[in-house]
Design a binder for this molecule. Sequence first.
Ligand code: PLP
Length: 376
Amino acid sequence: MKTSKGIYLDYNSTTPLHPAIKEKLLDWTEIFANPSSIHQLGKETSEIIEKARKEILELLDLPHYNLVFTSSGTEANHLAFQFLKEKLPSRKKKVLISSIEHPCILYQIEKLSKLGYEVQKIPVSKNGLVDINFVNDNLDFDTAICSVMLANNETGVIQNLKEISEICKEKEVYFHCDAVQSIGKMELSFSEIDADSFSFSAHKFYGLKGIGALVYQQKPKPIFVGGMQEKELRAGTENILGIFSFVEGLKLTLETQSQEILRLQKLKSKLERELKNLSQNVEIIAENSPRLSNTTCVILKGIPNHVLVHKLSQKGIYISRGAACHSGVWEPSHVLLAMGYSHELAECGVRISMGIFTEEEHILEITNVLSKLLSN
Ligand code: PLP
């Protein structure tokens, strides 16, 4: 996207609102009645929400699942772990979480360990793929839950979840899949993955921020209580505009997904070719692994990522550093560290993520600017 503000290449962080959604927003505000009100207008809103819920499940090809709207992908991921509050056999005290999950899931490690669970981090290899042998060897009938994301937000690496899900089924383990980064960037069949739950977030596919969903088979215990909304699974008046933007964003994205994936793949190949031509000190992360069509994670050895992100930002090009902020301190990407990169190299990793408004000229411009920065 090239706006008056520059070139946006940070789509994995968030997407701009789809123009078709922007156009409809004002009209959508006409549907304002509280869906919990028993008068006609309330009933109408409630029916529209139920229709949206059904439509999303059909679009995702998960018609036999249920869906609860949340405030975000973060909340949906937290809700999935509420499964542990169900009445489970007392032996089920083991938890497996991949080491490259989003921080909102990694947070569970400390929390659950304090509660007496034996939490194991599933390692990943240098190619960004989680170690299936580790899952095979460590997951058993004493495991309560296993959580592995579909596609990583930093590297774009896509996991083979069908295999993990099958192991979970065999051992009667609840399998949660964070699918937040997947929509519009890869061909996929959610029903084939056959997870117990999936999480999504509309601002990753051109919808509004502040609306996500947990798609589940078995109703978890709610986090927010004190209201009957969402079949008592999430108290609080529904985010109607958010829900509309979720359906519309999903519909629009899936409609053009196949062509868009091909287009993005071409752009990504071009970008990575150009990046490698810049210098021998360039390494494309997980280059040969199955990856999202829009994501390039690259290490420019010797250039700290915060320096690079700021320098590009000054030139009106917006990318992301693969890093997390913990208690006000920036730490190198836990994903790159888990893949075996040193602190020094991980601190040089940046993510370039593209979307529907990215064009070839943006790729040429970023590589041009990088080439000048590297030669200085
Ligand atoms: N999971 C993944 C893989 C993500 O990339 C993100 C956001 O970047 C989230 C979860 C959290 O989603 P949200 O921003 O909607 O809370």
